[in-house]
Design a protein around this ligand. Structure first.
Ligand code: 9WN
Length: 491
C-alpha cells in the first residue's frame, strides 16, 4: 500500500461498513489473488506461493470455498522435498523472471538432492502451521466426508513435514527444530535477530551485487534495510552452497536458532496432527509423544526465568536473545503451558510496552513500543500484523482469556475496516503499510468475522468503529506516542 497518498486513500470508504460488506471485500481480494491452484500473498510484491501464507489463506477461504482452500494446501505439498521439508516459496512459472528477488535462479532447487524436478522452490522452510490449518478447516467443513478424504490424503505429507522438523532440524543440543535463516521465522527483520546478524562477518566477495525488487512495490521505509538484505542473501547462499544439508547446523551455519514462535507453532500443529490421525483412524500416539517432548524442551530451553519470558535461543552461542518482541507470546499456543507462564505472558501483553496506556492504539505491536529500535511502520519491527494477532487470539482462547482474544480480534477488524487489507498496520494511527490487498489480512479477517464472539451486532459495532477510531487519532499525538522517550516519560 502506498503510504504517501494521504489519509483518505489509506482509509478507503469504511463509512457505514457492514460486516457482510467487509467479508465481501475480503473475499474479492482472495479471489483476485487466486492463481492456478493457489493464492498469491500479493499480486505485486509476492507473486508466487508462500508456505505459511497459504495455510492462513486456506483457513479464511475455507469458510466460503472449501474446494479451493483444500486445493491450495495440496498445491503447496506437491512441492514438498523427499526429506519432508516444505519449501517457503513455490515459484509460479508463469511469472516473469525478475518479478521477485531472490527467484528460482538464486535458489537453484532443481539441482538439489531430493527437491522436486517439475517445479522450482526455495530451499528453506517457514513456520509449520499447516496441520493446524487443516484441522481448523475440517472443524468447520460443511462437506465432512469430503474433508475427511482430503485429510486422509494430506496426512502422510503433514507427517513427513513434522518428521523432518523433529529429525534433521532437531539434531542439536536444544532438541528443538532449528531455523537457519530469518526468512524461516516468517518474521524476517524482527529485532530478535539483530544481535546475530550484527555479528556476521560477510566476506566482501561473498556474492555479486544484486537488485531488490521489493522496494519497487512498497515504500523502502516499510521494508527491511539493505544491510538486512545483505545478511539474508549471505545466509541463504551459505545454506544453498552446503547443498541445503542439515548436518550439524549449529556448527556449520552462522544462523541457527530455536525461536518461540516457530517452536510453539510446531507444537500446536503437532497436537493438531494427533487429532487428525484420530479423525482418519491412524495412530495419534507418536504425535502425542512428540508434543510432550517438544513442550518439555520448549520450557527447558526457551523460558528465561530471570526475564520471566520466552526468548529465542541462539544455538551457535547457546545464548538467549533478549529483545522484547511478539515471539515471546507465541507459547500461548501450547495447551499445556503452565499457569505461571500464561500469567507472565499476559502481564507482558498488557504492559505499556505492548498496550500503551494512554491514547488510541491498536494491538498487538510486534515489538515493544518502548524499545529504542521500535519503528511504527517498518515491517516486523513494530507494526501490527493480522497473522500474529490471529495466533495470539487462538492461544489466549486456549487459556481462558477470551476477553483478551476478543480485544485482539476487535483491533484486527477495526484495522482492516479502516485501512483495507494492508500487509501490516501502524499501531497508533492504524495506517496500512507494505502491500495492499494482502492475502492473509483478508483471509484472517474472514475468520475473525466468522468466529466473533458476542454476536453479529458486536461485530457490526467493531467494524463501524474502525473508521471512527481512525478519525479520532491525532497524527501528532500518535507520533509522540511512538517516540519511546516521550512514551517512557508518561509512565
Ligand atoms: C520473504 C509472503 C512473505 C511472508 C513472510 C514475510 C515476507 C518475504 C519477503 O513475505 O517475507 O519470505 O520477501 O519479505 O515476512 O512472513 O510469508 O507474504
Amino acid at each position: 500500500m502506498s503510504t504517501d497518498t494521504g489519509p483518505q486513500a489509506r482509509h478507503p470508504s469504511a463509512d457505514g461498513l457492514e460486516p457482510a460488506e467487509l467479508e465481501g471485500r475480503a473475499r474479492a481480494v482472495l479471489d483476485a489473488n487466486w492463481r492456478i491452484g493457489f493464492t498469491v500473498p500479493s499480486a505485486s510484491l509476492y507473486p508466487h506461493q508462500w508456505s505459511w501464507d497459504s495455510a492462513f489463506i486456506s483457513i479464511g477461504r475455507s469458510w466460503f470455498d472449501e474446494a479451493r482452500a483444500r486445493q491450495e494446501l495440496m498445491t503447496l505439498f506437491d512441492a514438498q522435498w523427499v526429506d519432508g521439508r516444505l519449501p517457503h516459496i513455490v515459484f509460479n512459472p508463469a511469472v516473469p523472471r525478475g518479478a521477485y528477488f531472490p527467484g528460482p535462479g538464486f535458489w537453484r532447487s532443481r539441482r538439489a538432492a531430493g527437491a522436486p524436478r517439475d517445479r522450482s522452490t526455495s530451499g528453506i522452510t517457514q513456520p509449520p502451521i499447516h496441520a493446524r490449518a487443516a484441522l481448523e478447516m475440517h472443524r468447520h467443513a460443511s462437506d465432512i466426508e469430503g474433508s475427511r478424504a482430503w485429510l486422509r490424503a494430506l496426512y502422510p505429507r503433514l507427517d513427513a513435514q513434522h518428521r523432518y522438523l523433529d529429525g534433521a532440524r532437531s539434531t542439536n543440543p536444544s532438541g528443538l527444530p532449528a531455523i537457519v535463516h530469518p526468512w524461516e521465522s516468517g518474521l524476517d527483520n524482527s529485532p530478535v535477530w539483530d544481535r546475530i546478524l550484527a555479528g556476521l562477518t560477510i566476506p566482501p566477495d561473498a556474492f555479486p551485487r544484486f537488485r531488490r525488487f521489493d522496494t519497487a512495490h512498497a515504500d523502502a521505509a516499510d521494508r527491511p534495510t539493505d544491510s538486512d538484505y545483505n545478511a539474508f542473501v549471505y545466509l541463504a547462499l551459505r545454506y544453498r552452497d552446503a547443498g541445503y544439508s542439515d548436518a550439524d547446523l549449529a556448527a556449520t551455519m552462522p544462523f541457527a536458532v530455536a525461536g518461540p514462535l516457530f517452536v510453539a507453532i510446531h507444537l500446536w500443529s503437532t497436537h493438531a496432527l494427533a487429532e487428525i490421525a484420530q479423525i482418519i483412524g491412524a495412530d495419534p500416539r507418536p504425535h502425542a509423544e512428540a508434543a510432550e517432548r517438544i513442550h518439555a524442551a520448549m520450557l527447558d530451553q526457551l523460558w528465561d526465568p530471570a526475564a520471566q519470558r520466552f526468548l529465542a535461543r541462539n544455538l551457535v552461542t547457546g545464548e538467549l536473545e533478549p529483545e522484547e518482541t511478539i515471539v515471546s507470546f507465541a507459547p500461548l499456543l501450547d495447551p499445556d503451558l503452565p499457569r505461571s507462564s500464561v500469567e507472565a505472558i499476559v502481564a507482558d501483553l498488557e504492559s505499556a510496552c505492548f498496550h500503551p496506556i494512554e491514547g488510541p492504539h491498536y494491538v498487538v505491536p510486534t515489538y515493544s513500543v518502548r524499545a529504542p529500535g521500535f519503528d511504527r511502520r517498518r515491517y516486523w519491527r513494530g507494526p501490527v500484523w493480522l497473522n500474529t494477532n490471529w495466533l495470539l487470539a487462538a492461544g489466549l482462547r486456549q487459556h481462558d482469556r477470551s476477553d483478551l482474544a476478543s480485544e485482539i480480534a476487535a483491533s484486527s477488524l477495526e484495522l482492516v475496516a479502516g485501512a483495507g487489507f494492508a500487509e501490516y498496520f501502524d499501531p497508533f494511527d492504524g495506517a496500512g503499510h507494505g502491500s495492499a490487498d494482502f492475502g492473509w489480512s483478508a483471509a484472517l479477517a474472514v475468520d475473525f468475522l466468522r468466529q466473533a464472539s458476542g454476536g453479529r451486532s458486536r461485530v457490526r459495532a467493531i467494524v463501524r468503529a474502525g473508521r471512527k477510531h481512525h478519525e479520532e487519532v491525532d497524527p501528532g499525538a500518535a507520533q509522540a506516542q511512538a517516540d519511546p522517550v516521550s512514551t517512557a516519560a508518561r509512565h
